[in-house]
Design a protein around this ligand. Structure first.
Ligand SMILES: [Zn+2]
Length: 251
């Protein structure tokens, strides 16, 4: 029998994890443990369309009033947190929020942030970590990836002290994302799960006009060319040289 994995995703904002929904869905189907760790609530942005159209005047006011900006953030936070929790529920994922401010995810020089993430990794003990590409343009994405990478390395160091003992994570992977130098080295078969993306995407009503996953199916098909599969999600696995190039599960 295949050993059960625990897959943990570190992501900046609710809906960013959409880059790997099919992968998460697959692990959920296999009854693996799934955790999603959001750095922020994404409380600086809402799409003022459909049922959120009344946010438009507030969004405009917020550009010049600090008070409105703060109040608005509180509203958006509740909406986006609820949406994120809905997604987590659909794939039986355990949700975590690091509660950094939107657009202000600390960088990898911030010891407090590193400690928080390292501690969490040691507590939840994932076997696989997935995150943004660390050269992505968005600062929150880039910083989330760098924090996750540094903490993944520290989590296994015996001279780095936390209350929980060291933990070795087997696979650390960056998902497919804009930004310089992304060269995938592993293609995961998600042919049976690719259509589930739509379902999960619907949970993020407040982000409607930039729905993640709109091109996901098209890309998953395009990237599968050099594999035996029809649809794949592709990754850059950190620090592994001779890998199988593709598979049903992470190596
Ligand atoms: Zn984002």
């Amino acid at each position: 029998m295949k050993e059960q994995d625990h897959i943990a995703v570190f992501t900046a904002h609710p809906d960013d994890e959409g880059a790997v929904w099919a992968t998460l869905y697959k692990h959920f189907e296999e009854e693996n443990r799934v955790s999603i760790i959001w750095s922020t609530y994404g409380d600086k942005f809402i799409a003022p369309v459909k049922k959120y159209v009344h946010f438009l005047p507030l969004l405009i006011k917020a550009t010049y009033s600090k008070k409105v900006r703060k109040e608005l953030s509180e509203h958006i936070k509740i909406i986006r947190k609820t949406e994120a929790l809905r997604v987590a529920k659909l794939i039986n994922a355990i949700p975590y929020f690091l509660e950094f401010n939107d657009m202000q995810v600390p960088d990898k020089t911030n010891q407090e942030a590193i400690h928080k993430v390292t501690k969490l990794i040691r507590e939840i003990k994932p076997s696989i970590i997935l995150t943004h590409w660390f050269r992505e343009m968005h600062r929150d994405h880039k910083n989330t990836a760098a924090l996750a990478l540094k903490s993944y390395l520290l989590a296994n160091k015996s001279d780095y002290m936390t209350e929980t003992p060291p933990h070795k994570v087997r696979i650390f992977g960056f998902w497919d994302e804009r930004g310089k130098g992304f060269r995938p080295n592993f293609y995961l078969n998600v042919s049976k799960q690719i259509d589930r993306i739509k379902e999960l995407g619907k949970c993020y009503e407040s982000q409607q006009f930039r729905i993640v996953g709109r091109f996901a199916k098209f890309n998953a098909r395009r990237h599968s060319k050099k594999t035996p599969y029809k649809f794949v999600e592709r990754f850059k696995i950190f620090g592994k040289k001779r890998l199988r190039k593709f598979g049903e599960f992470f190596p």
